[in-house]
Design a protein around this ligand. Structure first.
Ligand code: GDP
Ligand code: ZN
Length: 358
């Protein structure tokens, strides 16, 4: 089987990276799916199940382990091929869960992130902004799709458009419906062949509908088996890269679908705030502002790199904001409800999004 690798996204960027590698004499290929310790790699000669070289596998950082979409160099060992090097990435989508020591690579070398929201309850400009921040940080171009527009009146559509106009001008937004077919040609036009895309969005917004439409057949849900028992654990979509009929490459993994969507960031912020409050109990002064006071435990934690100054700044901003709100509430004779846990985080999130977007 002869495969034309440019159809899989092989381009000058990776060829350049290969030409400077000490392994440049080796065969290259792209990781199309990741299993526990096996990687399916497409090369000019076909698709092969590969393993990784010990010293790649046991790198300190999990990011040095191949992800779907990576271009890798392969050596042959008996009948198998072994991944010995990951070529420089254009970008990397990664995720760090609360209790993980290191972030985990989810997908590499993505051209476009297609962020899908459905009109109605799923539509949220705040969540959209937050995902855009993540996508931007990963160095990936976003494309926003607002789906199921058949379900709303023209008036509602106008309202949504007005809300979306708050976003940066150069972000492309397409309104689609898989019931009426509206916007689908425009969407197809935006997603070019040989480009690698991912879909991001809540469950039920229509990601599979879009993928299946462009793929021309139903994506199969696959059963992931537990290594310990060999029995089926739960049904998940495999981590893989699919070449569609249109020539577009889609990375479809549960991780990419949820990228930037979970509230982990807020959770860790909440945890950090609790940590500050715990430390503050050991400050010399009970009304310590954690600035220049002597024997401030919070400042000590910052000096020891246990706490980030940035996190403290956000915490102090929030406290100031809360006390102002409380004062206003008192003045207007209302009880402050701002000290409920979870409430302040909303304003932190909004502030963070605004600042980073610029
Ligand atoms: P996913 O979970 O994001 O992959 O969403 P699906 O593609 O599975 O779609 C969820 C449900 O929404 C399915 O029942 C679809 O038939 C339906 N759906 C998808 N697109 C549209 C649309 O444009 N309009 C309407 N009314 N329903 C849609
Ligand atoms: Zn202090």
């Amino acid at each position: 089987m002869e495969i034309n690798l440019p159809d899989y996204g092989w381009e000058a960027f990776f060829a350049d990276a290969k030409s400077t590698s000490k392994n440049k004499h080796l065969e290259h290929g792209r990781v199309v799916s990741v299993h526990k310790s096996r990687y399916e790699v497409v090369t000019a000669e076909g698709v092969f199940s590969c393993e990784i070289l010990g010293n790649v596998q046991f790198q300190k950082y999990s990011l040095d382990i191949p992800a779907v979409g990576d271009w890798v160099l392969l050596d042959r060992y008996r009948d198998t091929r072994i991944i010995v090097e990951i070529l420089s990435r254009k970008n990397l989508i990664k995720r760090q869960k609360k209790h993980d020591r290191f972030p985990k690579a989810i997908a590499a070398n993505i051209d476009t992130a297609i962020i899908v929201q459905a009109v109605g309850e799923d539509f949220s400009i705040k969540r959209l902004e937050r995902i855009l921040v993540h996508v931007h940080e990963a160095g990936v171009t976003p494309l926003v799709v607002i789906n199921k527009i058949d379900l709303v009146s023209d008036e509602e559509k106008k309202r949504i458009k007005k809300t979306l106009s708050e976003l940066h001008d150069d972000i492309k937004i397409i309104f689609t419906s898989f019931v009426t077919g509206a916007g689908i040609p425009e969407l197809e036009q935006q997603i070019k062949e040989k480009e690698t895309v991912i879909f991001i969005g809540s469950s039920g917004v229509g990601k599979s509908s879009i993928i299946n439409y462009m793929l021309g057949y139903e994506l199969q849900e696959t059963q992931e088996t537990s290594e310990a028992t060999g029995k089926g654990k739960h049904t998940t979509t495999a981590r893989r890269l699919i070449k569609m009929n249109s020539g577009v490459l889609v990375v479809d993994t549960p991780g990419t679908r949820e990228f930037g969507m979970n509230e982990d960031g807020d959770e860790s912020l909440k945890e950090s705030f609790l940590k500050i409050e715990e430390l503050a109990q050991q400050c010399r002064f009970s009304n310590c502002s954690h600035g220049n006071e002597p024997s401030c435990f919070v400042q000590e934690a910052i000096a020891k790199n246990i706490l980030e100054q940035q996190v403290l700044d956000r915490y102090l901003d929030l406290q100031k904001e809360n006390s102002q709100t409380a004062k206003q509430m008192r003045q207007s004779g209302k009880q402050s409800s701002r000290n409920r846990i979870g409430e302040p985080l909303r304003s932190v999130r909004a502030g963070k999004t605004k600042k980073r977007r610029k």
